[in-house]
Design a protein around this ligand. Structure first.
Ligand SMILES: Cc1cc2nc3c(=O)[nH]c(=O)nc-3n(C[C@H](O)[C@H](O)[C@H](O)COP(=O)(O)OP(=O)(O)OC[C@H]3O[C@@H](n4cnc5c(N)ncnc54)[C@H](O)[C@@H]3O)c2cc1C
Length: 401
């Protein structure tokens, strides 16, 4: 019998396994894909980079993993926010909050390796890879999972079942948990690019009429591009030759980083906002992208998922006197304000900056200027981007749980 069985070994599910190992729990981790080992690239992590917020750094520090992540991450010292074709821009930095960086950029697969290595060394985590869930039965105090691996089948029993199987969660669909979906009609094209001028640890968030365009500083003076375009533009941009793509990017972004000289492989991600009506079913809870998939503007998705992981791990450690479903209700209540605020922030940013009505573009211009000039507004926005909102700060102690 497991204490905690996690479905999904992506960044969120793996982070939870790391957070709970060594705390007296018997943990199982079920992953649909093969579990990579050693230095081999993990198949479940793609070429995406993740901008880790300062609060995520604190959580990983508390888990004893930051010393392995930091040497491979690039600090973001400043964020430059602008609205293409409009006056005004804002520069956010960590000075007012006394932070040496607002966040850190790391390739998702590199972060994945760190988490996998930690899991591989943990005595209390049993990994079931290349596994298929046939059925789940959720009860008020336990769960049963019927699992298929290669040619064999087995039944696993667990007190808590945590579902972290990503966007369009197959398990949530199987369980009949209802999802709300808002389609942005936008797709993110991601690629690594090299500009002729050094990025100087500055990230750029540029709002354009097709959606936001972000450039994040990376190692070797590269930048990670997240270029949001309308769905109808994707195919033609992906088909462009490298020089033609760089030219199109140059026209969109401008010359703040000089000339773009190189681009790596391009990938496309259709964007929608997905939220569950309730992430809870008896002694089962849904976290990460399976519970809330956000637009990538502001790089909030994994950071939000990691704050969920931190709170869930803390609740599991602190509230064992509660019965399994009451404990999960406590966790859900603890997290709902931060989740709502973060979902609202990204959704509003996309809506506001994708609209061409004159009165809205004036509000935007004033907003961007206000962000630069009005200290309390700047501080509060910077705090939210760094993941250090009031509730998050209380949970994200830089101490072991
Ligand atoms: C273009 C883009 C840029 C982004 N940039 C940022 C950023 O800068 N900062 C940030 O914080 N976030 C960012 N995000 C969001 C971030 O990538 C996600 O929030 C995060 O990866 C979600 O992790 P997850 O573990 O919940 O889901 P996933 O990464 O999707 O992992 C789910 C795992 O579950 C497994 N699985 C699926 N079905 C089953 C099953 N039935 N049984 C067992 N296992 C199963 C999958 O194989 C996978 O390994 C970005 C997203 C996009 C699209």
């Amino acid at each position: 019998m497991f204490d905690v069985l996690i479905v999904g070994g992506g960044l969120v599910g793996s982070s939870l396994a790391c957070a709970l190992q060594n705390r007296g729990f018997n943990i199982g981790l079920i992953e649909a894909k093969p579990w990579a080992s050693g230095t081999q690239p993990a198949v479940q992590y793609d070429d995406r980079v993740i901008a880790l917020s300062y609060s995520s750094r604190n959580i990983f520090k508390g888990l004893g993993l930051w010393s392995k992540i930091a040497p491979q991450a690039t600090p973001i010292r400043q964020i430059h926010v602008s609205d293409r074709g409009h006056f005004g821009f804002a520069r956010l930095n960590g000075e007012a909050l006394r932070l040496d960086a607002l966040g850190y950029v790391i390739e998702a697969k590199v972060l994945g390796h760190v988490l996998q290595q930690d899991i591989n060394q943990a005595q209390q985590v049993q990994v079931f890879a290349s596994a298929r869930i046939k059925a789940v039965h959720s009860h008020p105090t336990s769960n049963t999972v019927e699992l298929e691996q290669a040619d064999s089948s087995q039944t696993l029993h667990t007190r808590w079942l945590v579902v972290a199987d990503g966007s369009h969660s197959p398990l949530c669909q199987q369980l009949g948990l209802s999802t709300q979906r808002y389609d942005y009609g936008q797709t993110a094209i991601i690629a690594n690019v090299t500009p002729s001028q050094p990025h100087q640890h500055q990230a750029y968030e540029r709002f354009t009429d097709t959606g936001p365009l972000a450039l994040l500083p990376m190692r070797e003076q590269r930048c990670s591009l997240v270029w949001t375009v309308k769905d109808t533009q994707v195919d033609s941009l992906l088909r462009l030759s490298k020089p033609a793509f760089l030219h199109a990017l140059q026209q969109r972004f401008g010359w703040r980083l000089g000339r773009f000289t190189q681009v790596g492989q391009r990938h496309a991600y259709p964007l929608s906002l997905l939220t569950l009506q309730s992430p809870l079913q008896k002694a089962l809870v849904v976290i990460g992208n399976a519970a809330h998939t956000l637009h990538p503007v502001g790089g909030q998705g994994f950071n939000l998922g990691l704050r969920d992981v931190s709170a869930l791990a803390q609740t599991l450690c602190d509230k064992q006197q509660l019965d399994p479903s009451a404990l999960l209700q406590h966790y859900v209540a603890l997290r709902s304000a931060d989740q709502q605020r973060t979902i609202q922030l990204t959704h509003t940013l996309v809506q506001l900056f994708s609209n061409h009505r004159l009165e809205l573009s004036l509000i935007r211009d004033l907003g961007v200027l206000g962000l630069d000039q009005i200290a309390p507004l700047k501080q509060s926005f910077t705090q939210q981007m760094a993941g250090l909102g009031r509730q998050a700060a209380r949970l994200d102690v830089a101490q072991p749980l």
